[in-house]
Structure formats: structure tokens, C-alpha cells
Write a protein that binds this ligand. Sequence first.
Ligand code: ZN
Length: 332
Amino acid sequence: MSLAGEVNRYGIALGVDELQNLEELGVSEIVDVVDVAPRDGLQSDAVMFSSAQKLELIRRIEFAGICRIEVASFVNPLRVPQMADAEDVFAGLQAARSHSDAGATHIGLVLNGRGFDRAVASNAPEINVVVAVTDAFSQSNQSMTTDAAVAGAVEIVQRSRAVGLPVSVTLSVAFGCPFAGEVSTDQVLEIAQRIVTAGPNEIAIADTIGVAVPAAVRQLVGALLSTLPSNVALRAHFHNTRNTGLANALAAVEAGVRTLDASLGGIGGCPFAPKATGNIATEDLVYLLERSGYSTGVDLELLIEASDWLAAELGHPVPSLVAKAGSFPKTR
Ligand code: ZN
């Protein structure tokens, strides 16, 4: 795949000459890893973290070099009690931030206008809005049809743009739905097209229930990258429910995706439950990418330390295998 003419993360359009120079210099391609452990991970773990524990988790993830973290969701606390302290988490992050200029971007997930209002009131620096691509999942998760969710997302994208907030739209159950079954590429493309007209910064495809395989990933990513406008990035979100998560992540990268979600430790489902549905583990993904010649900017040893801390705080092991085995062996 040629990247000539594409605009890189620094806004620089790369010509063929520059790309050859980059290759000669041994500069590897950058893949951004977004950690979603504080949100997707913790919201489905039986253990309830305090706001202080969440802030420490986020601090450790940032310290390892992760630049984007989904830290909370502004949803109904009666439905998702683990996220009831979203305001406190953002307030805590801002208090910590006032001591230093550097740091990661913290994403607040929203499902509707009310959630968006809460995110803005909490000074969330980035918004992620979710749309389920099947009516059945949308009704079950958000009590509305996909059409209504698309209309709501379009409005949130417009409102985000109006106040200058970066906004992404995540298309959930993009590879299969627990109620409607198969999801077609055309179905996802059609919804993405409607949302793109509002001008989000990024569209994400989420394998919410972990049913995707690499062939499906290549097909959907290929279709989206050939139709999305060049100023809309594509992110991918995989769960390891059927042990295909990392294979799917690599397939997505090889098909051109440059931003992937993952959760520290691979948390997101109880490791003792028969239907555990954890995200792919951030440390496993970083190991895979770095050993495959991609640059993530993340310190794997610090990530493993953070994962060990997380497992101790949760009081149960985490699914990550790199956390268990360690990084590549060092010679003495
Ligand atoms: Zn997820």
C-alpha cells in the first residue's frame, strides 16, 4: 500500500521521495493506541473502582506513554453504576493537569444529548458518541432505533464542532450482533456515510461482542477507507471474546488503520465467567505492533507494571498474556 499523498499525523503530506527517505532512515510507521480500560474495561468488571483508583489507573496508563484514553462514560448511573462518578473523574484529571501542561487526551463517551451536556459541563476534551448499527442492539442498549441514534449522533457531532471539541463516532456491533446476527458491510457503510456528512474527526468500527475474524476486518476496513473522506480517521475496537482480537487488530493495521483501542490487562469481562468479553490487552497489542515494526510510542515495561498494579487492585488476574510472560527476553 502506498502512502504517497496522504497526510501524516503532523499534517504533512508525504510524497514518494519523503516516504523512501523515511524507509531509508528506518523510521517505522506510527500506530496510535487508545486505552479504554477506565471505561470499557471497568464498566463490565464486577469490582467497583473508586474515583481515586480510576485516577491512579489513568495516571499509570499515561505514564507508560499512551496519549489517548477513554476515561468515563456519561450514561445513566442506574444502568451503569461503575460510571456514576464520570464528573468526579474529569474533575480529578483537571486538578492533576493544572500541575503540568503535558498529558494525554481524555475521552468522554456519550450516548445522547444529555450525556453530551454532562461531558461539556465536565470540560471533557474529546467526545466519543456510540451508534449501534442494528435496530435490535440499539433498542436494547440505547432504547432507540438506529435511525434515531444516527440523528442523535449527527446532532452531537455538530454541537461538538460548534464548541471546538474533537469528536469521534463509534459504530458498535459492526461485525455482528447478538440479536440480529450477521451485519453486512453495506449496512455499516451506509450508516458511516450519513454520519460523515456532519464532519466527525474519526469513525470507529467496534466488534462489541468479539465475533470478527481477519477476513471480515480486511473487507470492512477496505470498504471504509475507500469511501471515507481523507480528513476522517478510522479507528478499530476489538474484543477478544473468541480469541481473534489480536489477529483482527493486525489485519486492521495491515489494511491501513492507524488507531486501535485496547484495554490495559485486557479487562472488560470477568476472567472466570464463561462469556468473558475483554478488550484486546494494551500490552499484548503494543508487543505485537512493536515487534512487527510499528511504532506506538509506548513503554512496554511501564505498561506491564501498570497491568500488574491493576490486577492487584482488582483482586483477580487479568487476561493479558504479555503481562504474564513479560516482554521479549533480554540477553544477559
Ligand atoms: Zn468495547
